[in-house]
Design a protein around this ligand. Structure first.
Ligand code: 2AM
Length: 176
């Protein structure tokens, strides 16, 4: 049975992604490493890992109908995941609504037989990979508010030089 590597994410619009890319450039002067391409910057809500194609097809069909309650998250800090050698930007406070969106998404996914990870939700945008030191820059970035009203389902395909992301579905925004 063929499988496909999937994750759900919030995807920034172009101005927000460009703004985050300037943070990546600034952080690189401190931590070195590899800057993520601007068009790949995102915040993962749920990493599903390898999913059978049949389930993936069901998720692709169902995703438009899993509407998110629109919300906002303020990115105001840098952090590192030392083991993964990642530098990220994220919120110092996880908004209750974003946490509920994450929890509700995993509850919904359980109906498809996809089980949540043991680790708690750590919302972040990876800016740099293969960093060369384990501490974030001394100064945090100025707060940047990200408003979202939908999520995307992304297929992650291995390619030379990293992963290639392909958006395969997105949730419909709430009707106004
Ligand atoms: P990361 O940026 O911190 O690596 C695609 O890999 C997305 O899913 C990335 O945002 C990645 O986070 C996230 N992710 C979460 N858990 C993962 C895991 N166990 N393996 C790979 N990616 C994971």
């Amino acid at each position: 049975m063929p499988t496909i590597r999937l994750f759900y994410a919030l995807w920034p619009d172009a101005p927000l992604a460009t703004h985050l890319a300037t943070w990546a450039d600034q952080a690189r002067t401190h931590a070195h490493g590899r800057v993520m391409r601007t068009e790949t910057l995102h915040m993962t809500l749920a990493f599903l890992g390898s999913v059978e194609q049949e389930i993936a097809d069901e998720l692709i069909d169902a995703t438009p109908f899993h509407r998110l309650i629109p919300g906002a998250v303020t990115l105001d800090r840098y952090g590192v995941f030392a083991r993964q050698r990642i530098l990220w930007a994220g919120p110092s406070q996880v908004p209750d609504l974003l946490q509920a969106t994450h929890d509700g998404l995993w509850l919904w996914l359980s109906a498809f037989g996809v089980m949540p990870p043991a680790q708690p939700f750590r919302p972040h945008v990876t800016l740099l990979r293969n960093i060369e030191r384990n501490d974030p820059p001394a100064a945090d970035p100025p707060p940047l508010t990200w408003r979202y009203d939908r999520m995307v389902l992304v297929a992650s395909e291995s390619s030379t030089g990293g992963s290639r992301y392909r958006v395969v579905a997105q949730s419909r925004p709430q009707p106004v």
